[in-house]
Ligand binder design. Structure first.
Ligand code: HEM
Length: 537
């Protein structure tokens, strides 16, 4: 029979052949050799043995055997889409970043939204923080904002990150739980690391069970710098505000959805984009100077703290629209490599010890995950502006230098000499004044772990507070070790008495513990911040 441009027939053994006719391309090997039979290995006689010389069979199986690459060590499960960023308000007085100069101008974007703890095959609706990673292909290079849907993080110093991640992943002896926060190791670690209390409260809130990825906020978390033409620095926090607003499910719904459709969020994003209902976020910035930083109750370099929007309003400066699904999940969503150190002229780092560790970690892990130093040549990672380096060779090199020169300075003319550095246009680091003795102790101002956690809790509506109480109760009820449960409650006592007592009762704690001794006095009169509530937004 012939259907469309292919004909179907049966071989001698009854197997189905689809044969190229008309416009249908001919199947080939990776070397381009046309394939006549893709159903049968080359054999001696009609029943074998199979022959090693069957290069088509060997190439096909060899390639299949190597299909898997390591999943991301965190944020393994994610979903990506293409779109664009459009500037709506110029920041030309504050930063030289080319993408933030001319309102109305668009640059292409790629976004990957993810869960943190679960593996690549886990479900979409665990109680978890969501990753919000954005790559903007600007005319002056790629700029990545590698954020989360919570504005605060679990640890203050990158040296604690491997322990934190080990504790949230499956326990090494039993291999479970795989994607739940409900287990002894996690609660053991966080109750021994009070700096995590604020982020944990976010993870116990409705934010951690979003209805869809279209209804989440994104936060760059760290304080970055904008640098102006004159070399002046302004501190900045980045925010993505969903045009659709914020929405979550309740825990019972999350449990049912995970069972009924573990792909719920990725299906939703795919359906929305392919039906033309493009998800959209506004880019907002909180801008502040040294004087604000010096007078703030907390250290602006501490990633476990946020800057309340009531104190420093979020200025909306652009919009991000996702309007195209990927052609191939692996090529784009799996192989995309975000990195906090991918910044462009006009944007610089601060001394946040978590950020500085991240700047090392992403490149390092991607070297392994993506099989060598040339993953920037993969189309989803390559800049979309002209780029010229003298980097060469390595696995799968696609952009080796052309001609004789693979070094600089060199004496060759423009045709063979390649590119030259450009002091007028090139990236210049902010000229910061640094001094001090070498030490490991954390700055004193990093030591208050409860005040902002309390502020988050009192900013929630009563309904949201009840959800938080239920989340702690549910998760802690899974913890087998009484001392760990009790230690968590000892921290909650510093955050909100009613919360602590409700959870203690809910998990059947026999004796209420003493409150954990705070390293710094808790500021219990911080004003509520309505922006932290989903229901008020
Ligand atoms: C992956 C966010 C802290 C190491 C990711 C991803 C996001 C993210 C969104 C997924 C990127 C993607 O979709 O491909 C954050 C945020 C942090 C944080 C907001 C704190 C503010 C850290 C720290 C480290 C780290 C402290 C290590 C020192 C990694 C690694 C990956 C990753 C190794 C996997 C990257 C890959 O395989 O491509 N992170 N992270 N993260 N993060 Fe973080």
């Amino acid at each position: 029979v012939t259907v469309g441009d292919q004909s179907f027939g049966r071989g001698e053994g009854g197997e189905t052949h689809q044969t190229a006719t008309g416009e249908v391309p001919t199947l080939t090997t990776a070397q381009g050799v046309p394939v006549a039979d893709d159903q049968n290995t080359l054999r001696v006689g009609s029943r074998g043995p199979a022959l090693l010389e069957d290069f088509h069979f060997r190439e096909k199986i060899f390639h299949f055997d190597h299909e898997r690459i390591p999943e991301r060590v965190v944020h393994a499960r994610g979903y990506g889409a293409h779109g664009y960023f459009e500037l709506t308000d110029s920041l030309s007085d504050i930063t030289t970043a080319d993408v933030l100069q001319r309102p109305g101008e668009r640059v292409p974007a790629f976004v990957r939204l993810s869960t943190v703890a679960g593996g690549r095959g886990s479900s979409d609706l665990p109680r978890d923080i969501r990753g919000f990673a954005v790559k903007l292909y600007t005319k002056e290079g790629n700029w990545d904002i590698v954020g989360n849907n919570a504005p605060v993080f679990f640890v203050q110093d990158a040296i604690k990150f491997p322990d934190f991640v080990h504790s949230i992943k499956e326990e090494p002896d039993r291999g479970f739980p795989q994607a739940q926060s409900a287990h002894d190791n996690l609660w053991d670690f966080v109750s021994l690391s009070p700096e995590s209390m604020h982020a944990i409260m976010w993870a116990m809130s409705d934010r951690a069970i979003p209805r869809s990825l279209r209804f989440i906020e994104g936060f760059g978390v760290h304080t970055f710098r904008f640098v102006s033409k004159e070399g002046n620095s302004t501190f900045v926090k980045f925010h993505w505000k969903p045009k659709a607003g914020l929405q979550s499910v309740v825990w019972n719904e999350a449990l049912k959805i995970n069972g009924a459709d573990p792909d719920f969020h990725r299906r939703d994003l795919w359906d929305a984009i392919t039906s033309g209902d493009f998800p959209e976020w506004e880019l907002g910035v909180q801008l502040f100077d040294d004087e604000f930083a010096d007078n703030f109750d907390f250290d602006i370099l501490d990633a476990t703290k946020l800057i309340p929007e009531e104190l420093v309003p979020v200025r909306r400066i652009g919009r991000l629209v996702l309007d195209r699904v990927v052609d191939n999940f692996f090529a784009e969503t799996e192989q995309v490599a975000f990195c906090t150190q991918n910044v462009v002229s006009g944007i610089d780092f601060t001394n946040d010890p978590l950020l500085q560790g991240r700047n090392f970690s992403y490149l390092d892990t991607q070297l392994k995950r993506l099989g060598g130093p040339n993953f920037t040549h993969i189309p989803v990672n390559a800049p979309k502006c002209p780029f010229h380096t003298f980097q060469q060779d390595g696995h799968a090199a696609m952009h080796n230098p052309k001609g004789r020169a693979n070094y600089e300075p060199n004496s060759w003319g423009p045709e063979v000499g390649g590119a030259r550095e450009n002091p007028a246009r090139g990236y210049k680091s902010y000229v910061a004044q640094e001094s001090g003795e070498t030490r490991r102790e954390r700055a004193e101002l990093f030591a208050d772990h409860y005040s902002q956690t309390r502020q988050f809790y009192i900013s929630q509506t009563k309904t949201e507070q009840v959800h938080i109480q239920q989340a702690y109760t549910f998760e802690l009820s899974k913890v087998e070790t009484p001392a760990i449960r009790s230690r968590v409650v000892s921290h909650l006592l510093n955050i909100d008495k009613e919360l602590a007592l409700t959870v203690a009762k809910g998990i059947g704690l026999e004796k209420l513990p003493e409150a954990a001794p705070p390293a710094r006095p808790v500021i219990d009169d911080l004003p509520p911040s309505p922006a932290l509530s989903i229901l008020k937004n």
